[in-house]
Design a protein. Structure first.
Length: 215
């Protein structure tokens, strides 16, 4: 049993070792490792199949689609897309104002929609009088905003990983995003467990903890 005064008297190195020990205690039983590996293999196999099928479908479209096509619902398609882009901007602004973690998701969605908008504007306006305006809009407005959004999401993810690394008792620089494992996922704990029962893996809010002692 540690009281708050005892924790405060500990040196930063001692508190780091304590966090590391607590993180080790939270690791799951290694007996479930084999089942986890099988589930992961199934998910990877499904993703590989999807990639192969999609690549084949892209080849079919590249050969069979006509160079020119008169589309129906053109106004509805673009107005609907811009409404979605407006909602993405609004959700991003709200999450910035409220300082919510969902800001990371909003920034990624916003960047994706901006890049999509730039792509279709430029490609569909090729060989038309509006091509120069579409290209300028993509290079000056849409792609720079998408870059800012992606860089913002990256920075927030790195900050989140730095905080998690600190509370796991780990020191050193924050690793690159592609080297960071999913939070709460270990070789013995499948991702499906986290998706099915998220409430069991969330820390207790500060206001709900007993004051003055840690057991």
């Amino acid at each position: 049993m540690f009281d708050e005064d005892g924790l405060r008297r500990m040196s930063p190195q001692e508190r780091q070792r304590l966090r590391q020990a607590l993180a080790e205690l939270d690791k799951p039983d290694p007996a479930a490792r084999a089942a986890t590996i099988r589930r992961r293999a199934l998910v990877l196999a499904a993703l590989i199949i999807c990639c192969v099928v999609l690549a084949a479908w892209i080849g079919v479209l590249a050969v069979t689609l006509p160079r020119y096509y008169r589309a129906g619902g053109w106004r509805l398609a673009w107005v609907g897309f811009d409404v979605g882009l407006l909602l993405a901007f609004a959700a991003t602004g709200w999450s910035v104002w409220r300082r919510r973690q969902i800001l990371i998701v909003c920034l990624v969605v916003l960047a994706t929609l901006l890049c999509t908008d730039a792509w279709f504007d430029v490609v569909l306006d090729a060989r038309t009088s509006g091509f120069v305006l579409s290209l300028a809009s993509a290079l000056v407005i849409e792609l720079p905003l998408a870059t800012v959004a992606i860089l913002g999401a990256r920075r927030l993810l790195r900050i989140t990983n730095a905080v998690m690394q600190r509370y796991r008792g780990e020191s050193g620089p924050v690793p690159r995003l592609r080297d960071v494992t999913l939070a709460g996922v270990t070789p013995d704990r499948p991702l499906t467990d986290l998706l099915a029962e998220p409430e069991e893996h969330c820390p207790v809010p500060v206001g709900d903890r007993g004051a003055g002692s840690v057991s």
